[in-house]
Design a protein around this ligand. Structure first.
Ligand SMILES: [Zn+2]
Length: 89
């Protein structure tokens, strides 16, 4: 189960503000817990970012025979085996 980091920040902020508003020493623990939640949430947001899939900068070629998309480095169509013609060749 994945909980978004912002949820921890919001919960932490609510707990911290609520405990601060009540102004009770016994709630100092909640204030600390709230701050911890905020920090954890921020940390989670920073770390949970999925690395963006490196988009292929290689120009796509299309098979002249069947129209299947193929990478520029591919010499033969993986679908029909047709010889791929490259722009740079
Ligand atoms: Zn093909």
């Amino acid at each position: 189960m994945r909980i978004h980091g912002i949820a921890f920040v919001i919960v932490g902020a609510i707990v911290a503000i609520y405990s601060y508003m009540l102004d009770s020493k016994s709630l100092l623990l909640f204030l600390i817990a709230g701050i911890c939640f905020i920090l954890f949430g921020l940390f989670r947001m920073l770390t949970s970012k999925k690395p963006k899939k490196t988009s292929y900068k290689i120009a796509q070629n299309f098979c002249s025979s069947c129209g299947t998309a193929a990478h520029d480095l591919q010499n033969f169509c993986h679908n029909c085996g047709n010889r791929m013609f490259h722009k740079h060749q």
